[in-house]
Design a protein around this ligand. Sequence first.
Ligand SMILES: *Cc1c(COP(=O)(O)O)cnc(C)c1O
Length: 957
Amino acid sequence: MSKIHFQEKFESRHNGPSQVEVNEMLSALGVDAVDQLIDQTVPSQIRAKNALNLPAALSETAYLKRAKQIAEKNKVFKSYIGQGYYDVILPGVIQRNVFENPGWYTQYTPYQAEIAQGRLQALLNFQTVITDFTGLEIANASLLDEATAAAEAMFMLYSARKNKAANTFLVSEKAFPQTIDVLKTRAISFGIELKIASVSESNLTDDVFAVFLQYPLGDGSIIDYKAFADAVHAKGMTICVAADLMSLALLTPPGEWGADVVVGNSQRFGVPMGFGGPHAAFFATKDAYKRNIPGRIIGVTSDSNGNYALRMALQTREQHIRRDKASSNICTAQALLAIMASFYAVYHGPQGIKNIASRINDLAQLLDHAVQSLGYTQLNKTYFDTVRFELGEHAGSLKAEALNNEMNFNYNGTEVKISIDETTTFEDIQTITKVFAKIIGKTLSDVDFDAAEKAISSSIPAELVRQSAYLTHPIFNSYHSEHEMLRYIKSLEAKDLSLCHSMIPLGSCTMKLNATAEMVPVTWAQFGGLHPFAPLDQTSGYMQLIGELNDWLSEITGFAKMSFQPNSGAQGEYAGLMVIRAYHESRGDHNRNICLIPASAHGTNPASASMAGLKVVVVKCDDFGNIDVADLKAKAEEHAANLNSLMVTYPSTHGVFEESIIEICEIIHANGGQVYMDGANMNAQVGLTSPGHIGADVCHLNLHKTFCIPHGGGGPGMGPIGVAKHLVPFLPNHEVVETSGEEGIHAVSAAPFGSASILVISHAYIAMMGGDGLTNATKTAILNANYIKSRLENHYPVLYSGINGRCAHEMILDCRNFKNVGVEVADIAKRLMDYGFHAPTVSFPVAGTLMVEPTESESKAELDRFCDALIAIRQEIAAIESGEIDQTENVLKHAPHTAAVVTADEWTRSYSRQTAAYPLDYLKAHKFWPSVGRVNESQGDRTLICSCPSIEEYMEA
Ligand SMILES: *Cc1c(COP(=O)(O)O)cnc(C)c1O
């Protein structure tokens, strides 16, 4: 059909600049064609020989049709599997206005607090929910999943243990198997012994440093641990409890009976199962551990006008500052999902949640009595939502009949476990009962539901019935009508700058377009409604999706196979290093524990290496930002006998394609090490070169950077790893669902395929771009970056560039000289807010600089607007340099300016209100107002408040 030639390409929607704009940018750069620029930028020795071999690009409509076909291969049965994942009712007002709303999902981690107060408040609400429900003092703003949260807790309690000779973590044998699997992985690197046993005092031997309990137990029953907890503490040991958040509405919170840490999943608070994720895990502990907590904590502080403001607190614990000494490697977490869970709590309030939990418990009891009346034995004397029946010879027939009725139960030998959730109805209980009746030749008419209902009393031990109040703060008691809720959500959203407003030029973070067509399938029931442990024959759609993505990403990375278990880039790093470790071990190399890491590496690299039990040796960088090859060679040779690996980011975090990368890989291999490539900068490689081609052995991809999963205000993400052939056998396995072979390492995530439901976003992106489209995206990203460089380099020195003076997909603007006149890089970052922009990455990888990454998705018009803003700010600095304007009393130091400040009756500043708020003309058409003035960074750390404060509390602090 050669006559029908117009076919709209998704590529032209994803890539920002029009052809006219591309030509304008090329002439600004003095090159004739994009390929000429690429030749000047990407070293010829690493260029891919062949074009990407991927299926032809699909239009948006064609993709959505295909995605529907794939989705329909998933069978959405009613899930009673439980074991940490439950079906939910996601309130429409949250689904549409948060989960499906780019105003919430396209934001970045709230480093720039003044334009992030909305999500900071929602995350503070989350922390309040968690501290209230767990009965502990302090909570973080989410971890990746329950199992990794448990592993973080194990490590924290291990590091803080009193008896340094103790190295055993006593784990309840009735903890969830996926959690135990992840604990095994984490224990290896530190020589921690896991004792998986019953939790009895006789097991509290002297070598135990802490105990891990599940509450309610994995089998659904509930034990009163109070006396045991006292015994643990009497021995100087500590306790971590994995708790079911919903159950805590009815049960005495673990914090009240002695838990030192409580972890769990907040999925039950309105977040779909999504075949394993994403969901926000929680981590709560005592105030005494506040400096040891993994991940992000939101805290209360005040702004420059003395008003209430929020920010991320105690960042000195985190990987980007403490590196290999960090409390964990967490960078991307699960912000969006924590925000959703917090809104669920806001919408339902304390009574609403209690009603939901009580209804779940009542229905579980109804089922218990109804099925018992048929003559079955129910094995849990106490329970919240899970009943357990002995089936004897009927096990097989029950399973078959349940499947006939499109229901999944949790089977274990001759026992069946059934977990009730928020979606369960009376009719569902009847259907389940009918199945139990049928297999023993009875019918529903044999069951007296009225009697069963009358028998409902309490299945929770009297001494464990919750007495304490929760969610008493007005925020959880004010927005229960949909209108109130809608407006509350929107009022917070309006405080946050997202990709809906302007480009977010964060270097290393790749804030590109998250296209609507990529997002649409995520909330389809056929992707959202699947339990991660659903029977394989119900998940063919997912298997196809994951299989295709595996093939495509293998082609893109030049590797043999991918693992989709890691939930973030940092988890990918950790997984990759553990795979390398297993490889060395398999060859009898038990001593290889040295990991070389360039000084410019991202903080997660050393933090992950340390988590993997490796010793970090830092390799120098030269004046051009490249790895100092001589230093690398010397250190590789010095440590040859113990060399484990090199972690290297490519192109480098300095935004340069190092010419020596192939040689670097060869040096490491020659000395017995493996090359771990940090793939965060893959956006500069796709289609032009690849980690496999360059010579790396493992690489993670941040699907939330290069492959269009939105950042969600600090997560979710996915960090799958690709490996060369020799490492394939060691890819992570999973206790419940086989994902690798016999030699595979233990699990790194709770779910076999991590946050599986968002994989569809990357699948969509690749399918709609095709090989050429992806390659063009890379080229456009490089073009956009070089265009910005050309516009800004006369105003700001650009640190580092390649041999032809080109940068890769990002560049570093040096702001250190402005310190001479008192201007800090933070002042520029804050002043950019007045111009309607989010700052580039501040002080990474070089202190006192800004790292700019435009991505391919920005048009030239947007790049120009951004450059105009930075140039105008440079002129503001010049006025200070010339002495025309005071060094302390100026528009930069007072930035950002709120509407309240600018419109106040009193105005005493040395510059005009116009200068403060509307310094460039484009702002008149559209102005984004920061909701608070400059936040006080130190106050919030001095007095840590990390749950919603009452007005009185806040005034006292
Ligand atoms: C973003 C980033 C990481 C960490 O990835 P997460 O997904 O946030 O854990 C690691 N290295 C580099 C260079 C990065 O930019």
